[in-house]
Design a protein around this ligand. Structure first.
Ligand code: BDR
Ligand code: CA
Length: 314
């Protein structure tokens, strides 16, 4: 089994992603770190603790990380998508955690888990990239222990927060640039273009509710999220964004990837927070041809969409 750490801002799709990893026999979930994002840090942290309690996994250490972006304030949260508390206003229905977070915060937990791991670790960031940027900047020695960073974020041909920017990148573009452009660890970026294709309908949600008490509790967290996607998709369904990335973290190769250099727009123009995936013909990407980043990123471009839905149902 491989080793995994999730960095998250739950978030309804984060909740699916956490449960997927917490209940999987194929992965050892070493820890969960939290970050501001969909809702404030206090909510995302409490939600993470409650979700692990629901899954019977209060053995998994949790630490709270950044409560705001590295440089500029967060432009907007996403309570209009995930509900006032991040879980459709239903987080209080989850079991009360019987423990607290680890002292010392997210970066310290990440460092100690990576240093103690007896083999390579996958990190799955499914919120703004602030904690991961801080980790890589301050503790470069732990990069040797990172097998891959498999993150949900960015877009190739579209955004969701703005025309060009996806929410996780838009929430802290400077951190995203640090992780996606300035570092050279192996990275898989799971962009909106692919996650939007991994939408599931209300029949899928009903099936989830029927899998048992945990599935029923997860399904009960979806009403506000469903209402928001009903408006944006124009049909009765939700998008599993973060669970798609965690599926790849658990089962490498479940997503098909292609390698591209990319840039993250950290200017204050209309493209702030956009990921510019350099899909020019390779012959046009030579030196001096523009924004060629040093390291390429594996961009997830395709998958068996129905298979992902089944995988998340478990
Ligand atoms: C991402 O933004 C958040 O609202 C979701 O949890 C996901 O991580 C999708 O753009
Ligand atoms: Ca998220």
């Amino acid at each position: 089994t491989s080793r995994l750490i999730i960095d998250t801002d739950p978030g309804v799709d984060d909740a699916f992603a956490i449960a997927l990893a917490a209940l999987s026999d194929d992965v050892e979930l070493l820890g969960v770190t939290t970050v501001f994002g969909n809702v404030p840090l206090a909510n995302t942290t409490r939600n993470a603790l409650r979700l692990l309690q629901l899954c019977g996994r209060d053995d998994v250490p949790v630490a709270a990380g950044a409560e705001r972006p590295l440089v500029h304030p967060q432009a907007a949260r996403a309570a209009h998508v995930h509900g006032s508390d991040g879980l459709s206003g239903r987080s209080a229905a989850l079991p009360e955690p019987e423990r607290d977070v680890e002292p010392g915060g997210a970066v310290r937990l990440l460092v100690s888990l990576l240093e103690a791991a007896d083999g390579p670790v996958t990190i799955a960031p499914i919120g703004p990239l602030t904690n991961i940027a801080l980790l890589l900047a301050a503790f470069p020695q732990v990069k040797d222990k990172i097998d891959r960073i498999v993150l949900m974020g960015g877009g190739v041909d579209r955004g969701n927060s703005t025309a060009g920017a996806e929410f996780n990148v838009w929430s802290d573009p400077e951190a995203a640039r640090r992780v996606l452009v300035e570092e050279d660890v192996p990275r898989v970026m799971v962009p909106l273009d692919l996650t939007y294709r991994c939408a599931v309908d209300t029949a899928w949600l009903a099936k989830l509710a029927g899998t048992g008490p945990i599935g029923a509790a997860l399904e009960a967290l979806t009403p506000d999220y469903l209402a928001s996607y009903r408006r944006s998709l124009g049909w009765d369904g939700i998008v599993l964004h973060d669970a798609v990335a965690v599926a790849e973290a658990i089962s490498p190769g479940i997503l098909r990837t292609e390698s591209y250099p990319l840039e993250v727009d950290t200017t204050f123009g209309p493209g702030r927070g956009a990921t510019l995936v350099d899909r020019r013909l390779p012959g046009l990407r030579g030196e001096g041809e523009g924004t060629v980043a040093p390291g390429a990123v594996q961009v997830a471009v395709d998958t068996d969409v129905a298979g992902i839905g089944e995988f998340v149902l478990g």
